[in-house]
Write a protein that binds this ligand. Structure first.
Ligand code: ADP
Ligand code: ADP
Length: 234
């Protein structure tokens, strides 16, 4: 589903600072249906890796192949099409604060040109699925952190993606809310057969939800495999 082959990424120098090598020879394979955790301290290169997967950045060297297509070779139109198949959720939710829950979830469907009636029905289904049907007309500021992330999840799923990228999706939440969001992600994974890629600095998140994982340090993968194998090492 996702192949990262010998990828390096160097950001050019800015303001007289040095160039930064965020990724240094990373090779990883995420199979269809995996719940893949990428764990590492801040600065390890995790966000850069996610931005390469959804084509927001291009690798300096190496290849990023998603669903058989090399992302950095796609023309703008193709890239937009490929991105529709990738949903993303964020630590700080990235919701539109002046729009209601319903409008936030409808937004990606409007951009994709889905007819109004269909949008209404799909948004209702999505809000039902994430347990927010009653809050459809609320504004994000009226919601708890966990509810905000549920809106983020509904929005990310709106165009029925094959892949959901989770960028520190529970890092702003308390442990109990984290557990309930991870539970929801697990259910969605089971029901929709979606591939999940999570980046996190919390090993506990990986233990709770992932089947495979990679550990990153200084732009490199220092360990990868099944969660079971990695945690059962002596
Ligand atoms: P993580 O997500 O693990 O915290 P990042 O991918 O955000 O790691 O960052 C890896 C390194 O690349 C860090 O040193 C960071 O400061 C640097 N970096 C990230 N994004 C940029 C950017 N847009 N421009 C320059 N340097 C960046
Ligand atoms: P968050 O964790 O809330 O997403 P980050 O600290 O990861 O915020 O980064 C926010 C934005 O700043 C990202 O888009 C990232 O590319 C950019 N960024 C991170 N580190 C650097 C850096 N050293 N130089 C320039 N931009 C950076």
């Amino acid at each position: 589903m996702i192949q990262i082959e010998k990828v390096s990424k160097t950001y050019p120098a800015r303001d007289k600072g040095p160039a930064v090598t965020a990724l240094d020879g990373v090779t990883l394979t995420v199979d269809r249906g995996d719940i893949f955790g990428i764990v590492g301290y801040s600065g390890a290169g995790k966000s850069t890796l996610l931005r390469l997967i959804n084509g927001l950045e291009s690798p300096t060297t190496g290849k990023v192949v998603v669903d058989g297509k090399e992302i950095s070779n796609l023309a703008e139109r193709e890239l937009r099409k490929a991105r529709l198949k990738i949903g993303m959720i964020f630590q700080h939710f990235h919701l539109l604060w002046s729009r209601t829950v319903r409008e936030n979830v409808a937004f990606p469907l409007e951009i994709a040109g889905v007819p109004k009636e269909e949008i209404r029905q799909r948004v209702d289904e999505l809000l039902q699925r994430v347990g927010l049907a009653e809050r459809a007309e609320a504004y994000p500021s009226q919601l708890s952190g966990g509810q905000k992330q549920r809106v983020g999840i509904a929005r990310a799923l709106a165009n029925q993606p094959d892949i959901l990228l989770c960028d520190e999706a529970t890092s702003a939440l308390d442990p109990e809310t984290t557990a309930s969001i991870l539970q929801l992600l697990k259910e969605i994974h089971r029901e929709m057969g979606i591939t999940l890629v999570l980046i996190t600095h919390e090993m506990s998140v990986v233990r709770q939800i992932c089947n495979k994982m990679a550990v990153m340090e200084n732009g490199q993968v220092v360990e990868s495999g099944t969660v079971e194998a990695i945690f059962s090492q002596p």
